[in-house]
Design a protein around this ligand. Structure first.
Ligand code: PEP
Length: 257
């Protein structure tokens, strides 16, 4: 069960799935059930081209939207990119530094940090992803990798606004593999993340940061994850494309009931 001071947040990262018409149909199908679970922050993260279609459905509801990525600049010659100004009014959240962005598109901690600073400057709440690869874990390097990512990606953020920050601990080996981290493994690394944030910003300022777990979260394992005191929600990939997403949100709602 998450701390009473931190409201659980479950976000669905649709990745490159559901164009505007499919997005409309999918959200219409889960809308009532998802909207009814008011004790959890519910965030849908469609591909950029579908954000407006989903926003048209959710704007008068408690369901929030997030982007899957953004550029740090407001405008300019950045072909194919989305700017923070374009997301304002549509999205409250933006996922930054997802492991697929890091591994497939070369995003570094420095770039993720520029994006996170830009998100704060434009009143978008960043969901910053960190996580070790299997070879890191096997080489007992998890703590070192997480430390580098947290210190690098989350440097210099406005300390007074850390309640707007979400960190997603997503072990790379658990993403899309069907092999979720054990609750104990997730709890151990999330404790490291919390200790680092406390070192960087002071315990009091860091306390409201919400830390999610992500990596093969399903309707079947969500309850065990939600029961952990330091897991404030989930970042969900594959299962966010089905009604299982609602069941995952419900598991977190039950953990705070
Ligand atoms: C993700 O991509 O952020 C993710 C956690 O994916 P999955 O739930 O499919 O493992």
């Amino acid at each position: 069960m998450t701390s009473p001071a931190r409201r659980p947040i479950v976000a669905g990262n649709w990745k490159m799935n559901y164009g505007p018409s499919d997005a409309h149909d999918f959200v219409s199908g889960i809308f009532d059930d998802l909207d009814a679970i008011t004790s959890v922050d519910r965030v849908l993260c469609p591909p950029a081209i579908s954000i407006a279609a989903v926003h048209a459905l959710t704007q008068k509801s408690g369901i929030m939207l997030g982007a899957q990525n953004m550029h740090f600049a407001e405008k300019g010659a950045f072909t194919g990119e989305i700017s923070p100004l374009m997301l304002q009014g549509l999205c409250e959240y933006v996922i930054l530094g997802h492991s697929e962005r890091r591994a497939l598109f070369g995003e570094t901690d420095e770039l993720v940090n520029r994006k996170a600073l830009s998100a704060f400057a434009h009143d978008l709440k960043p969901i910053v992803c960190v996580g070790e690869r299997l070879e890191d874990r096997d080489a007992n390097m998890t703590e070192r990798v997480i430390t580098t990512q947290v210190r690098g990606s989350l440097a210099g953020l406005p300390a007074e606004r850390l309640g707007e920050l979400v960190v997603a601990y997503e072990p790379v080996w658990a993403i899309g593999t069907g092999r979720a981290a054990t609750p104990q493994d997730a709890a151990d690394v999330i404790a490291i993340i919390r200790a680092l944030l406390a070192e960087m910003y002071g315990a009091e300022k860091a306390a409201p940061v919400r830390v999610q777990y992500g990596g093969s979260v399903t309707a079947a394992n969500a309850r065990d994850l939600a029961a952990l005191p330091d897991v404030d929600g989930a970042l969900v990939g594959g299962a966010s494309l089905t009604a299982d997403f609602v069941a995952i949100v419900r598991a977190f709602a039950e953990s705070v009931a």
